[in-house]
Ligand binder design. Sequence first.
Ligand SMILES: O=P(O)(O)OC[C@H]1O[C@H](O[C@H]2O[C@H](CO)[C@@H](O)[C@H](O)[C@H]2O)[C@H](O)[C@@H](O)[C@@H]1O
Length: 298
Amino acid sequence: MTADRGSREGPLGYARLMSAETFTPHTPEGRDALTALLAHPERAVVALDFDGTLAPIVPDPDQARAHPGAAPALARLAPRLAAAAIITGRPAGVAVRYGGFAGVPGLEHLVVLGHYGAERWDARTGEVHAPAEPPGVTAVRAELPGFLDTIGSWHGTWIEDKGGRSVAVHTRRTDDPDAAFEALRAPLGELAARHGLVVEPGRYVLELRPPGVDKGVALAAYLREVGAGSVLYAGDDLGDLAAYAAVAELREKGLPGLLVASAGTDESPKELLAQADLTVPGPAGVVALLDHLADALE
Ligand SMILES: O=P(O)(O)OC[C@H]1O[C@H](O[C@H]2O[C@H](CO)[C@@H](O)[C@H](O)[C@H]2O)[C@H](O)[C@@H](O)[C@@H]1O
C-alpha cells in the first residue's frame, strides 16, 4: 500500500482533467441512479465518508483536513438536494471541525453522523447528540498500552483516543504497516471481545468500538427519515462496505442508488472497488464529482 496522493494534487487537483464521461457510472444501476438524482434532486440524498473520501489520507490523523474544495462544492450542491450527510468513523464534532462544515452558507441542513452513526451533529442546531458512553471502552483504553507492549507492539504504533466512544490503533507510521496491521488484528480482536467490543478494520487502523451500529444502519435510517427518492454514497474503506450493502439492499426494493469509490491508490479495498458503480481518484475526484453535479443542476 502507498499513501494517498490526493493532497499533492493542489486545490483543483484532478477536477481540471475531468470530463463528463469521467463521471458516467459504468453499471446500469449506477447510470439509473444518476439519472434519478439529476431528474429529481429535491428527492436525492448525497452521503459521503470523511477520511479518504473528502479528506486526503495523511500519516497523522490529527492533521487530516477536508480537501479545500469539499465544503464549497457541498455547499453548492446541498441546497438542491433533499439532504446531504457525512457518515464517518470519526467523532461527529471532529469531522465538522476538520471538514470546516460549520457556519457555511448552503450547509445549513448538513448532518454529520459520527462514530459510524452513534453520534449526530445537525448544522441547524450546531449540537452533537450522542447516547451515553459505551461500557468497555474506558477499560480497553487503560489496558491497551500494556497489552501492546506484551504482544510486542511495532515501533510507530499509535493509539488514537476517540472521545470515550472507541479507541483506534494505527499502524501507518510503523516500519512495516501491513505486517503490523496483520500481527495486531487477532490479538486486538480478542481484547475487544473480552470487553464486549468489536474490531473495525480500516486503512492501517484497527478500531475497538461497540457493536450494534454501522454505516449501513446509519445510512438506511437517515434515508428513511428524509424520505429519500435516490441516494449517492461515496466511500473509500472497509467501514464503508456496510453503507454499500445498505444501498444495494435498497436498490433491490426500487430505490435508485449510486455507489462511488474514492480510490486511486493500492490502499483501496478490492471489495469496495468491485461493487462501485463509479470510481474517482481520491478526495480531489470526489470534489470534482460534487462540482460536476452542482454544475448540472444549476
Ligand atoms: O469513516 P472515515 O471518515 O473514513 O474514518 C475512518 C478512520 O479515519 C481515520 O483514519 C484514517 O485516516 C487517517 C488520516 O488520513 C490515516 O492516518 C489513517 O491511516 C486512516 O485509517 C481516523 O483516524 C480513524 O479514527 C477513523 O476511524
